[in-house]
Ligand binder design. Structure first.
Ligand code: PAF
Length: 282
């Protein structure tokens, strides 16, 4: 696997693949890779001739009091995992390469509406940082398709919307969340959990599964269900940011809706975990 750290180097390599008539699948990441990321690469491998991954801890999607500085940087281990998964090319730029003028870049990509709710309201500016860096990466790599984990449900919705509205000729593919045996969604942030917190963390998935069951059994007062679930998570030691039951397009859900998604964000100690469960029923 080749690694490029400059935009010019990545562009030249990608251009050569395109000239040879190869299709390109792109997997953008912030590194500290786990089985969830590798599943994205494996999925990409099956869909395209060439797989390009990126590792870039994007400063503009972290708020001032968030974990940008302590976000794990594990490039050597990540490169080994990507090579093992038959990734062809890794783009691993420094912040100066992506943001030569620092965080004061004048052009940003803001997706309205769906970024006002859920993580968007508790992390102001986060999705503008994501949409901006993903747009830049799309322009640099120019892939045929890009793969993202469904664990970041709202992020995936934002990227789909941005790709469609800005006419990027890129197919966006969502890949199901990979979970530990006890149900905890794999995430780079799980590494911040103490052993007690790690034992408690799967309660998020159990709580979502119980909510899903209650809805399937006919309960329709989504606001009360969500508020009871928040109370339960609090009792289990979490500090919930939100528990919400929405339509799968993230619109407000009504009793007649049959395609729903349960979304949770909750802090356990100093670690903010997010997860979701999408389901449909008759
Ligand atoms: O999901 C992530 O790892 C990041 O938000 C992404 C999409 C790579 C943008 O920095």
């Amino acid at each position: 696997m080749k690694t490029e750290s400059t935009i010019a180097g990545l562009r030249a390599a990608a251009r050569a693949f395109r000239k040879a008539g190869k299709s390109i699948a792109f997997v953008p990441t912030m590194g500290n890779l786990h089985k969830g990321h590798i599943t994205l690469v494996e999925n990409a491998r099956r869909r395209a001739d060439v797989v390009i991954a990126s590792i870039f801890v994007n400063p503009t999607q972290f708020g001032v009091n968030e974990d940008f500085d302590k976000y794990p940087r594990t490039l050597a281990a990540d490169s080994a995992l990507l090579a093992e998964a038959h990734c062809d090319l890794l783009f691993a730029p420094e912040a100066k390469e992506m943001y030569p003028d620092g965080r004061t870049q004048l052009t940003t990509v803001a997706v309205a509406g769906i970024t006002d709710i859920l993580c968007g309201s508790s992390r102001p500016g986060h999705f503008t940082g994501v949409a901006t860096v993903v747009s830049k990466l799309f322009n640099i790599v120019q892939p045929d398709m890009a793969l993202f984990g469904e664990k970041d449900y709202q992020q995936l919705a934002v990227i789909r919307c941005m790709t469609r509205e800005l006419c990027f000729p890129i197919e966006i593919i969502g890949v199901p969340t990979v979970r530990a045996e006890d149900g905890l969604a794999l995430s780079s942030r799980n590494g911040f959990l103490s052993s007690d917190e790690r034992r408690a963390a799967p309660e998020i998935y159990r709580t979502m599964s119980n909510l899903k069951l209650a809805i399937e059994q006919g309960q329709r007062d989504f606001a009360s269900l969500a508020s009871a679930a928040q109370g339960h998570l609090k009792k289990c030691g979490f500090e919930p940011d939100y528990v919400d039951i929405r339509r799968q397009d993230l619109g407000a859900a009504g009793p007649e809706d049959r395609q729903l998604v349960i979304l949770v964000a909750a802090r356990l100690g100093s670690t903010r975990l997010i997860d979701n469960l999408a389901f449909e029923f008759t």
